[in-house]
Structure formats: structure tokens, C-alpha cells
Design a protein around this ligand. Structure first.
Ligand SMILES: Nc1ncnc2c1ncn2[C@@H]1O[C@H](COP(=O)(O)OP(=O)(O)OP(=O)(O)O)[C@@H](O)[C@H]1O
Length: 231
């Protein structure tokens, strides 16, 4: 389980997160929603150690993460797929995956697990990453992060800019992740996608999780969406 306990963080003089607490367990999808600038990306960057908490603690299965360097946090089992994917466009699908596999003891087995999850990537192993569709690129970015065998995966708006059929593909991918037992924190702007894939939806406002509800308690017309997302 990943827990943030009263974490405060921000940039230089600007405090973005104030005493923010949250937790996510293996096999669970926690979706973070909120207005532009609410701090959703900052939560992910703070977990990764790219923004340092000024106070509070972050733990993975009881072990402190916030005292470790960023590479130690990734190695401890946190995978991060930032907005915009950051693939190596001229390298093939296979080569992009190999980069993710470099630190693994049994790379062949890990690669096979990832390709079983994403048969579309297996069909396109020799294709340059830049020639994949947007949804396939997102899949490759997620697949590359999974090559690190993370316990927790942080996904920042994976469906942004994708057409509906590709969004459906990303939803299926997140469902598949749940079955592998990975804990997922998903930043998402779309209400329908959040309702379809999340176990819980946390609304970020005022530097905190202002409200958190089981997705099954919410519907597209729920007040919480009006309050925090403005739909
Ligand atoms: N590198 C930075 N330096 C200074 N301020 C920053 C930096 N990155 C983000 N911020 C500020 O921190 C606040 C939170 O930004 P963040 O990107 O976490 O929000 P968000 O909820 O992910 O927004 P969006 O939905 O627009 O992606 C914003 O006011 C933003 O301007």
C-alpha cells in the first residue's frame, strides 16, 4: 500500500499541496480529479521525488520513500507515466521496452508478461514508436513503465487527446492492470472514464483531497463533479 500522510509540497515560494493525505492498495485504481492547476500532477511528482515534500511522509508498504533519492523511489516500485508519454520516437517498440527492462533480473519473463497484457504491442515490435497511433503510444509508455515491475503505477492523463476507440483501449488497459495487482493512481479529466475505471475518485482542491468517494457511489450527475471539475 502507498500512503501519503499530511504531505506539504510545492515550487519555490508556492505551496501547492497542504497536509495532503491519501492511500492506494494493490489491485485498486484511485482516480484523481480536479480543476486545472489544482495540483494533481504535483501529487504524482511529489510521490516520485521530483518535487520534495516540505513536511509529511510518503510510505510504500511501510517503508519511507520521501527520504530516498528519485531513482531509489522508482527502484522501490513506483512507475510513472507522465503527461505526453516521452517515448523514444525513432526507436522501435521492442527497443523502447528494452530500455524499461535494463534493470530487471529476468528481462525475458518480464517482457513476456507485458506483451501478454498488450497483444497490440507484440504485433508491432519492430515499428518505430513515433508511427504508432496515440493510443498505442500510450500503451507502450505504460508497458515500458510496467517493465520495471512496479507495485504502484502513476498515470497522468493517459487518454488526453485520444479518439474514443483509443480511450476505450486505455480503459481496458487500466482494467488489465487492476487484475495484475498493481495499485494505480490515475489523473483523469473525463468523468465517464473516471466512473468506468476507478474504484475510488479523489477530488483535489485547496491543496488536499477535498472529498474521496467509491466510484460506485457516484454517477455522471453527482454534485462532486460539479463542485470540483466544473461539469
Ligand atoms: N515547475 C513549476 N514551478 C512553479 N509552479 C509550478 C510548477 N509546476 C506547476 N506549478 C504550479 O503548481 C500548481 C499546480 O500545478 P499542477 O500541474 O500540479 O496542477 P494540475 O492539477 O495537474 O493541473 P492540470 O489539470 O492543468 O494539468 C499550478 O498553480 C502550477 O502553476
Amino acid at each position: 500500500m502507498l500512503t501519503l500522510d499530511r504531505v506539504t509540497s510545492g515550487y519555490d515560494a508556492v505551496i501547492v499541496l497542504r497536509d495532503l493525505s491519501l492511500s492506494v492498495s494493490g489491485g485498486e485504481v484511485l482516480c484523481l480529479m480536479g480543476r486545472n492547476g489544482a495540483g494533481k500532477t504535483t501529487i504524482l511528482r511529489t510521490i516520485m521525488g521530483l518535487v520534495r515534500p516540505r513536511s509529511g511522509q510518503i510510505r510504500l508498504d511501510g517503508r519511507r520513500l520521501d527520504t530516498q533519492p528519485a531513482h531509489g523511489i522508482a527502484r522501490a516500485g513506483i512507475g510513472y507515466v507522465p503527461q505526453g508519454r516521452r517515448l523514444f520516437g525513432d526507436l522501435s517498440v521492442a527497443q523502447n521496452l528494452t530500455i524499461g527492462l535494463m534493470a530487471r533480473d529476468r528481462p525475458q519473463r518480464t517482457r513476456e508478461t507485458v506483451l501478454q497484457l498488450f497483444p497490440r504491442l507484440r504485433e508491432r515490435l519492430n515499428q518505430p514508436a513515433r508511427t504508432l497511433s496515440g493510443g498505442e503510444q500510450q500503451m507502450l509508455a505504460i508497458g515500458r513503465a510496467l517493465c520495471m515491475e512496479p507495485k504502484v503505477l502513476l498515470l497522468d492523463e493517459p487518454s488526453e487527446g485520444l479518439q474514443p476507440s483509443m480511450i476505450a483501449l486505455i480503459r481496458d488497459t487500466i482494467d488489465a492492470l487492476r487484475r495484475t495487482g498493481v495499485a494505480t493512481i490515475l489523473v483523469e479529466q473525463r468523468v465517464d472514464t473516471a466512473l468506468a475505471v476507478a474504484d475510488r475518485i479523489g477530488f483535489v482542491a485547496g491543496g488536499r483531497i477535498a472529498e474521496c468517494h467509491p466510484a460506485s457511489d457516484l454517477g455522471p450527475d453527482s454534485e462532486a463533479f460539479h463542485r470540483h471539475v466544473g461539469v
